[in-house]
Design a protein. Structure first.
Length: 274
C-alpha cells in the first residue's frame, strides 16, 4: 500500500493542472458550459458553468450551484477536487482574522447575542473573501481563514490577500473614529503549502491547506493587536510600494528565533467623524 507521501506525489499532476485551469477535462467542460450557458453573467471560475440566465435551473440540477465556501466555484468542481486523493505543494497566500477579547465579549452577552455578533462577522468576512477571489478555508469559533491560490485568484494573489486584510479592518469599523463594532486582528503570509484532499479511507474527504506557512500565519494573527494587520517579510516584499507598514520584531510561539514582521492599520475615515 502506498504511503501518504506516495499518494501526494502521484496526484500532483492532477492538482497542478486543476488549480491552474489547464486540466484537459476542465478545458473540455469549459467549452461545453460556454455553449450551454451563453447568456450567463456569473459563472464558476473553474468549469464556467453559468449561475444565472435561462439555463441556471438546469445547471443547479447538474450540481453546478455556487459552492458555499466560495460561490466563485461550483459544488460539482469542489466535489471533483475532494474526491481525488492527495494534492500538490504550491505557493499560496493566506489571511487569518480573529476577534480580540472574544472571551470577555461572550461573558458580557447572552449566548444568542454573541452568536449573532459572530454570524455578522462571518458574513462580512465571506463577502470580503468572495470579492477578492479567496477560498474560505475555515470559520471556527472567532476566527476566519481565507486562502489565495494563484491558479484561481490570479498572479496578484499576494496583493489581493493584503487588500482583503485591510478591507476586513475597514468593514469591522477600524476606520471609524468612534471605534470598531468588533475588534479584530489580521495576519497575512505566503509560502509553499499542501493543497489537496485529506480524510479517512472509506470516510469523508475534504479540501484542505496544510503546512508550516499556515501555522506561521496563525502565530502572526495571534501577535496582532486590535486594528492591526501583521504581514510576514515574504508578503511585505510584494506590497512595499502599495501600503505603509512599520517593522516589528516578534517572538512567535514554536519558532526559536525572533522574526521580522510588518504592521499596517487603516487610516481613520474623516467623513465618518463628520
Amino acid at each position: 500500500m502506498a504511503d501518504s507521501t506516495d499518494d501526494v506525489r502521484n496526484f500532483n499532476p492532477f492538482w497542478h493542472a486543476m488549480l491552474s485551469g489547464e486540466h484537459p477535462m476542465l478545458r473540455r467542460g469549459r467549452r461545453m458550459f460556454r455553449l450551454l450557458s451563453p447568456t450567463a453573467s456569473d459563472r464558476c471560475r473553474l468549469c464556467f458553468a453559468g449561475y444565472d440566465g435561462f439555463t441556471a435551473p438546469a445547471m443547479r440540477l447538474m450540481g453546478r450551484a455556487p459552492w458555499r465556501r466560495n460561490p466563485h466555484f461550483c459544488e460539482q468542481c469542489e466535489a471533483v477536487l475532494a474526491k481525488e486523493r492527495g494534492g500538490a505543494e504550491i505557493d499560496v497566500a493566506m489571511l487569518y482574522a480573529d476577534v480580540r477579547g472574544s472571551t470577555q465579549l461572550a461573558a458580557g452577552m447572552r449566548p444568542a447575542e454573541f452568536a449573532a455578533l459572530m454570524q455578522r462577522f462571518f458574513q462580512i468576512a465571506t463577502t470580503v473573501f468572495t470579492k477578492s477571489d479567496a477560498v474560505v478555508d475555515k470559520m471556527v469559533g472567532d476566527e476566519v481563514i481565507g486562502v489565495y491560490l494563484p491558479g484561481l485568484t490570479g498572479s496578484d494573489y499576494r496583493q489581493r490577500a493584503v487588500a482583503a486584510g485591510l478591507e476586513l479592518l475597514r468593514v469591522t469599523g477600524h476606520a471609524d473614529p468612534a471605534g470598531p463594532w468588533l475588534s479584530i486582528g489580521v495576519g497575512v503570509h505566503a509560502g509553499k503549502t499542501f493543497v489537496g484532499s485529506i480524510g479517512v479511507e472509506g470516510g469523508n474527504y475534504q479540501f484542505a491547506t496544510l503546512g508550516d506557512p499556515m501555522n506561521f500565519c496563525a502565530r502572526l494573527v495571534a501577535a496582532a493587536k486590535g486594528g492591526e494587520m501583521v504581514m510576514s517579510e515574504a508578503i511585505r516584499r510584494d506590497v512595499s510600494d502599495d501600503i505603509s507598514a512599520e517593522p516589528r520584531n516578534l517572538e512567535l510561539k514554536g519558532y526559536p528565533e525572533p522574526v521580522m514582521a510588518y504592521v499596517s492599520r487603516v487610516a481613520p475615515d474623516r467623513s465618518l467623524a463628520a
